[in-house]
Design a binder for this molecule. Structure first.
Ligand SMILES: [Zn+2]
Length: 391
């Protein structure tokens, strides 16, 4: 199959020859041989969502007003309990709604955190494992066993996290060791112990800001080194990096780079954003994700990673094309590297996975977030004009 007349992000124009689900060759433009003429549209690598919550979303259900009575993480945990108690539709159904929506927007790989606590047990995990199985031909779903209610303040969670890893979770999560559990080592010790036992990665939500947050980042980095888990640990949000003087942020960045700890940012609306350029300059892997999509935490979000790149750029005050390219890298190549997607990238010999949009350049695509003309997975068109074309 030949997709003719594609513009690549470097501005070059090619026909894309696809064979057996892979890109056989990039050829000179020759409209006469085309099976499908892309008309010079821009072809992008597949989008990657490095941080989503498939079990939390209420997508497809009647509108649920946000019920948090305060602005602290603990207030939102309580609000989510109320919303969950009133739920009648299983998480596998709403999670599938979200997977279909992100697939139509060009996301083919994602990392989903899944709530585990002593009230939920492994219920949400089992629901999202069903979603992963159902869409396994189309999207990669990595699962983080996420202790949303804390570890020490939800007794029994350590055993549940271990059980989750045995049942199919890929990484161990964590949440504000000091802000939520009030015990840095008491929280991190079991997280690292379980990860070491399973030779698994770790991805910790860290909202705690200021120097207290930096101290936790340092502790996570030092434990990563001690456990030999370099390259397998990420900290999500890390608001602290954006709330301390640049010199301290730079010193912390060197430690993160040295221990291979990656930083995820979704371009937060109500918190400080880590200094993305500074982190990159110091060699830290920085990647992006949606975080909450239409759930008890946030009414916003739609899972569109091109739009997410725009929001990251907006929050980071990016303006130049090179800066927008960094935002794009966070939702494509960098996220794929952190997730360990071996078969990723748009090149001859690689998988015929790509996204087609009406834009002249990458920067324009981020600024205008055009509807996805095509989403192609393994050479097969899975979405057209923003709508899934699969059963
Ligand atoms: Zn999150």
């Amino acid at each position: 199959m030949r997709f003719a007349n594609a513009t690549l992000p470097d501005g070059s124009k090619h026909d894309i020859e696809v064979e057996g689900g892979r890109i056989a060759a990039l050829l000179p433009v020759s409209a006469t041989l085309a099976d499908l003429d892309l008309g010079g549209a821009l072809v992008l690598p597949p989008l990657v969502d490095g941080h989503i919550h498939l079990d939390k979303t209420l997508l497809g259900l009647p509108w649920v007003p946000n019920q948090a009575t305060g602005n602290r993480v603990a207030d939102r945990i309580e609000a989510e309990r109320k919303v969950r108690a009133a739920r009648t539709v299983p998480e596998s159904q709403t999670g599938a709604n979200l997977v279909r929506q992100v697939l139509a927007s060009g996301t083919l790989h994602m990392r989903s955190h899944v709530d585990i606590d002593n009230q939920l047990g492994l219920r949400n995990l089992r629901e999202i494992l069903k979603v992963r199985e159902r869409f396994s031909d189309l999207v990669t779903i990595e699962i983080v066993a996420f202790p949303q209610s804390g570890i020490l303040r939800s007794p029994g969670t350590v055993d549940l996290l271990a059980a989750a890893m045995a049942e199919g979770a890929d990484l161990v999560g964590g949440l504000d060791p000091v802000g939520i559990d009030g015990d840095l080592d008491g929280h991190l010790a079991p997280v690292f112990a379980i990860a070491e036992r399973h030779r698994a990665g770790i991805d910790i939500h860290l909202h705690d800001g200021g120097e207290a947050g930096i101290a936790q980042i340092e502790a996570i980095a030092e434990r990563t080194r001690a456990a030999g888990l370099q390259g397998k640990v990420a900290i999500s949000h890390a608001f602290a990096l954006g709330s301390v003087p640049p010199l301290l942020a730079a010193r912390t960045a060197d430690l993160l780079a040295d221990t291979g700890v990656a930083i995820m940012s979704h371009g937060p609306g109500g918190a400080t954003i880590p200094p993305l350029q500074l982190l990159r300059e110091h060699g830290v892997r920085v990647f992006g994700g949606s975080d909450n999509v239409r759930d008890a935490w946030s009414p916003f979000g739609n899972g569109d990673m091109l739009e997410r790149a725009m929001m990251i750029g907006y929050r980071a005050n990016f303006r130049h094309d090179a800066e927008l390219a960094l935002a794009f890298d966070m939702v494509t190549k960098a996220a794929a590297e952190v997730l360990g997607i071996a078969d990723y990238g748009f090149a001859p010999g690689g998988p015929a996975d790509f996204v087609v949009v009406e834009a002249e350049t990458l920067a324009e695509a981020i600024a205008s977030r055009p509807r996805r003309k095509l989403v192609v997975k393994g050479g097969r068109i899975v979405a057209r004009d923003g709508v899934l074309v699969l059963p």
